[in-house]
Write a protein that binds this ligand. Structure first.
Ligand SMILES: Nc1nc2c(ncn2[C@@H]2O[C@H](COP(=O)(O)OP(=O)(O)OP(=O)(O)O)[C@@H](O)[C@H]2O)c(=O)[nH]1
Ligand SMILES: [Mg+2]
Length: 366
């Protein structure tokens, strides 16, 4: 990449120079106002500092052309043309934010604008949009449909940010989360999957004695699947239930749905879980929730380590952008997504291509 910085009085002046030096493919990376000259601060002139770049021969990504403008008198400060350093590339990355997001004039090339609109509509936050679209700017090839490149970029992004679960077959797993997100239903799905697909014996425990129907709900699943169910109210009782079910290959623990926006409920959970033994903890969140609320909830779990995130109710929303936000901002593995009420069918692996389909699907069908 060749980079040049110009100091000019007006933007059209910069355009002429950029076009002359860097050609039609040049891209404006940044514009800022700078004060120059003057004596003791008097008679200082305000100029525009414009940084532009163009890909060199080895880099083939097409860039938007700079529009034509009338010539004018200018002050020019050319940069030495050397290989970009890591620091420079970092700086470029932050400058890309300016290209991707609207400035005084929209600098994002026309073919990428529907993608930005889509990401916005899907609830993808600005930092993630910037990363995705600036990468796309570099990788998109003129002979390939831009939708394909977008899908491929989504897959790359997800692969890069998705963490793998430390223990993908935990023998004791606990499901926690806000009210009504689908914890109990998901436990039934996981229990059935373990029994039927992996031929493991399963035991269920519920610590949800808060809601009258909660115990009955898990017991019903226990009867259908023909697996034992224990009911506990305290850490001591939980230890007893774990002991009683120790012959089972897998023990799944259900908990009461709580408003984890309030930290006191996290403390209640800490009092329930053993302090001597690590239990694989899955935080269940509904995709119908707002991302800001998810952030708040995850923040409250600071002291209690979350081993895995499981997202439910994908079938109830067309927006999947929060998945990208979560993968980008948190290092919590996401392994499964629940896609409906049917036990055991509506539980799928959160693969990069599936998540990319969720996001880009709308664009393809448009
Ligand atoms: N559409 C849809 N509904 C779901 C999904 N998962 C669970 N549900 C439904 O959501 C409702 C609540 O499910 P539960 O499993 O009882 O939720 P919970 O988190 O255990 O609820 P509490 O224990 O009360 O906090 C039920 O009607 C489920 O059938 C899903 O992926 N999609
Ligand atoms: Mg429940």
């Amino acid at each position: 990449m060749r980079l040049k910085t110009y100091r000019v009085a007006t933007m059209p002046e910069a355009m002429v120079l950029i076009k002359r030096d860097l050609g039609d493919d040049a891209l404006i990376l940044n514009t800022k106002k700078v004060k120059t000259g003057g004596l003791f601060g008097l008679f200082r002139k305000e100029l525009l500092e414009v940084t532009a770049a163009v890909e060199t021969a080895e880099e083939s990504a097409p860039q938007p052309a700079v529009s034509k403008a009338p010539p004018a008198e200018v002050t020019e400060t050319p940069e030495p043309q050397s290989q970009p350093t890591d620091a420079l590339m970092e700086e470029l990355k932050s400058l890309k934010r300016l290209i991707v997001h609207e400035g005084p004039e929209d600098r994002l090339p026309e073919p990428l604008r529907p993608m930005r609109r889509l990401l916005e509509k899907q609830g993808v936050d600005e930092a993630v949009q910037t990363e995705l679209l600036s990468e796309l700017l570099q990788t998109v090839e003129s002979d390939k449909p831009v939708q394909e490149a977008f899908h491929a970029e989504l897959v790359r992004f997800i692969e890069q940010h998705q963490q793998t679960v430390q223990n993908d077959s935990p023998s004791i797993a606990c499901f926690i989360g806000p009210t009504g997100v689908g914890k109990t239903t998901t436990i039934a799905k996981v229990a059935a999957e373990q029994l039927l697909e992996h031929k493991r014996t399963v035991g269920l425990i519920t610590a949800d004695t808060y809601r009258i129907a909660a115990v009955a709900q898990l017991k019903t699943y226990g009867e259908i699947l023909d697996v034992p169910v224990e009911v506990v109210e305290s850490r001591e009782q939980l230890a007893g239930a774990l002991e009683a079910l120790k012959a089972c290959d897998v023990i799944l623990i259900d908990t009461a749905g709580r408003n984890y926006q309030q930290a006191e409920y996290v403390q209640d959970l800490q009092k329930l879980l053993p302090d001597t033994q690590h239990i694989h903890t899955t935080l269940v969140l509904s995709l119908t929730a707002k991302y800001e609320d998810m952030v708040h909830i995850i923040g409250n779990f600071g002291a209690l380590s979350i081993d895995e995130l499981l997202l439910t109710k994908k079938d109830e929303t067309a927006s999947a952008g929060v998945i990208l936000n979560l993968l980008h901002h948190y290092r919590i593995p996401l392994r499964r997504i629940a896609t409906g009420q049917n036990v055991p069918d509506d539980l799928v692996a959160a693969t990069p291509s599936l998540i990319a389909d969720y996001i880009a699907g709308e664009l393809r069908h448009a």
